[in-house]
Design a protein around this ligand. Sequence first.
Ligand code: 6CS
Ligand code: FE
Length: 301
Amino acid sequence: MISLAREPYPSRNLREPLLARRREPVVWSCGTAPEGLPEGALASYEKNGYFVLPKVFTDSQVRMMQREMQRLLDKYCGSHDATVIREPGSDAVRSLFDLPTMSPMFQHLACHPRLLAFAQHVLDSEVYLHQSRLNFKPGLTGKEFFWHSDFETWHMEDGMPAMRALSCSVLLTDNDEYNGPLLVIPGSHKTYVGCVGETPEDNYKSSLMSQTVGTPSTEALTLLTDQAGGLASVKGPAGTVVFFDSNLLHGSAGNISPYPRANVFMVYNSMENQLGAPLHGLNPRPEHIARRSLIQPLHTP
Ligand code: 6CS
Ligand code: FE
């Protein structure tokens, strides 16, 4: 009798929320840590699911990236291109997806030696960009990102097989307590939260503005926050880099400060973890959200 492989991370077709234990390691490599990482960085990342590297980029490098960000904003602010996501209830640009196709500078950023070395070490393989985006969270109009696990979406809607991906956020503005910094539940990356609620057709057309499907239950959020001993906010000056695991529960509040909270997000996926078929018969999401074709490993220039 051959038993069918059970789905290790079920979601979206559940009658009630579910918690499952993570099957994969957090840090895949057992080798020597990449150069330049502070002592204990990988242990902290393994335990908490995220790690903050302050001021990786100098003020002049940040200014260069801010000018490039403004160039892209000016170019796309009136565009109907699918890579442009607007804020709910306003025309303000919320996100720009697929940065390397828009900007050689952000393609170069994805191959930055310190960013790439961290991703290749943690994922213990060559890596490629599964997704990239600029989240602008404009002052006064930037709305929240409710609690979610990116992996839950990427597993369900993109067919990402395993938790062998990570996000790298480069802060292009200061992220402080006023402008909606990233909030995380430390340690939540070790528990997979299966969510109730069917996935609508073309869900991404609304979920990137406001996610309502694939969001953890109140009980799950409360339990994992209790276990963590509380939430953490990821604050830092522009030029700071934050790495976080694909399954870490995170979100961010709306920005009612008059200043933007603009960050680049790049998702490094292992070359051994390329996308398969989405679950529940969903149609694959577009390439600018989830890369499927022409996949080449990233290398430092
Ligand atoms: O659907 C996605 O892939 C996106 N959704 C969120 C809220 N975070 C990750 C990613 O940008
Ligand atoms: Fe996310």
